[in-house]
Design a protein around this ligand. Structure first.
Ligand code: SAM
Length: 233
């Protein structure tokens, strides 16, 4: 996600000045969380971070950014229903259909309360996880939504996982690519079929993909301008 910060996320922050930002999946906070917190400090905004296993010293961040940061060490689907408002949501947590689809449905519930769908930025919308589930925490996914999966690597051009090498071989990856309810991009497409909001969806295909959902108004054109120049990403 942080590869997109300077060219896409920062311009969105500057243009729309979100006052309530939600970041799902942070891993190492130095990457984008610290930049979001610096923005919040300048703009008097709030950042809600959701990650059951953040890979950084959360106590130091909570102390330094006590006014700006609310941290939930939980899974996104446990906490999103408690969130009252959001203008910008960044999703980079568990990369599977069930989680992403239900995260978007939960955001729709927040939007129903506020009357406005937030700008939602999702990472890993292209290969390898656009059309293939991966499970950080398989035990949190109902069995009927878990694709057969294994801790084996992924290789471009092969639907099946490979026995040696490949990428992300230490993760629980779905054994096959494509098919129904498989992958992050499929979850977004399925959400777009059912949402009551009028949204446009924009894709950047570098760095495993970035997807941006925005209300169908002038924001779509603005985001299009931000994503036109992806050179150097
Ligand atoms: C790919 S990393 C995030 C990288 C980060 N956004 C960045 O740009 O550096 C994924 C993170 O999502 C977290 N995660 C996994 N499942 C999650 C869930 N259901 N809700 C929230 N976070 C989750 C993991 O603990 C991990 O820290």
């Amino acid at each position: 996600m942080e590869r997109f910060f300077e060219k896409i996320i920062k311009p969105i922050l500057i243009k729309y000045e979100p006052s309530h930002i939600v970041e799902i999946g942070v891993f190492l906070a130095g990457r984008s969380t610290i930049k979001l917190l610096e923005f919040c400090k300048m703009m008097n905004s709030k950042l809600t971070v959701i990650d059951p296993a953040p890979g950084f010293n959360t106590y130091a961040y909570e102390a330094v950014f006590s006014e700006e940061l609310v941290l939930h060490k939980k899974h996104s689907l446990e906490i999103l229903s408690e969130i009252e408002t959001a203008d910008l949501v960044l999703i980079d947590g568990d990369h599977n259909w069930y989680t992403v689809y239900h995260e978007l449905m939960a955001i729709e519930q927040i939007a129903t309360k506020t009357g406005e769908f937030p700008i939602v930025i999702l990472h890993d919308t292209e290969w390898p996880y656009g059309r293939r589930d991966s499970y950080y925490f398989p035990e949190t996914i109902p069995l009927q939504y878990q694709k057969p999966h294994a801790k084996k690597g992924i290789r471009a051009g092969s639907s099946e996982l490979v026995d040696t090498g490949g990428i992300n071989e230490d993760q629980h990856n779905a054994m096959n690519e494509y098919g129904e309810e498989n992958g992050v991009l499929t979850a977004i497409e399925d959400f777009l079929k059912v949402t009551a909001f009028s949204l446009s969806f924009h894709r950047v295909n570098t760095n495993n993909g970035l997807g941006i959902l925005v209300p169908k108004d002038t924001r779509g054109d603005v985001v299009m301008q931000f994503i036109m120049d992806t050179s150097g990403l």
